[in-house]
Design a protein around this ligand. Structure first.
Ligand SMILES: [Zn+2]
Length: 222
């Protein structure tokens, strides 16, 4: 798998940075399985105070063994770093925009628009499926839910909805959104979901390793 100028060999893991501007890069992790297969892209931290997805992506990176894998996984564990470190709800504090509302971005726009542009140009082309992990913001009490697209082409809608049916969430919500990280991907023909697990800074154990019908347990503060 080639990410930017880096070739990741089969059976290897790689950590690098996805350059957005001279002053802003997004951490990117690539895992290339021993066998050929499809590519799953997982993004997290689009909203900086939604910590469950960020931690989930980090744990997934540690737990995946490329020698036992078929296909590739690309992880962007913290897309909105300024939002994370400044504790800013919903927005990229640099320009006050919500990254999940600015797709498609602009190569010469605000930082938020540039992040969207780089994700579309550099990450979407790899994706056979994309999941954007959200976690209910720090001021939101939220039941675990998944958004699946209904405004994309029918095959994209169908594949996305099929994947959503396996998630043990309280609600599955149809979405006509088109301008977010995952929803714009669906407009570009990539099946995708937005998963919300967490909220009020609570940590749900089932963000990963989930099976249909598993109970959802929140334990302690993260
Ligand atoms: Zn969010």
């Amino acid at each position: 798998m080639k990410l930017g100028n880096t070739l990741i060999e089969k059976g290897q893991k790689w950590q690098g940075e996805l350059k957005v501007t001279d002053h802003y890069s997004i951490p990117i992790y690539g895992i290339c399985g021993e066998e050929e297969g499809k590519t799953l892209v997982i993004t997290a931290g689009v909203h900086g105070c939604e910590y469950v997805g960020v931690q989930t992506a980090r744990k997934l990176w540690k737990s995946l063994n490329p020698r036992e894998m078929k296909g590739q996984v690309i992880l962007l564990p913290l897309v909105n770093q300024y939002g994370f470190y400044e504790g800013a709800k919903q927005i990229v504090p640099e320009d006050g925009e919500n990254l999940n509302r600015v797709f498609p971005g602009k190569s010469d726009g605000t930082l938020t628009q540039r992040i969207a542009y780089v994700i579309e140009k550099e990450i979407y082309p790899h994706a056979d499926f994309l999941i954007d992990l959200h976690g209910g913001d720090c001021n939101e009490a939220m039941e675990p839910l998944v958004f699946f697209p209904v405004a994309a082409k029918s095959l994209v809608n169908e594949i996305s909805r099929g994947a959503a049916s396996y998630l043990p969430v309280t609600y599955r919500v149809s979405s006509t959104a088109k301008n977010g990280l995952y929803s714009y991907a669906t407009q570009k023909g990539i099946p995708a979901l937005l998963l919300e697990i967490g909220g009020e800074v609570l940590y749900h154990t089932t963000a990963l390793g989930i099976k249909k019908g598993d109970p959802l347990i929140a334990y302690g503060a993260y």
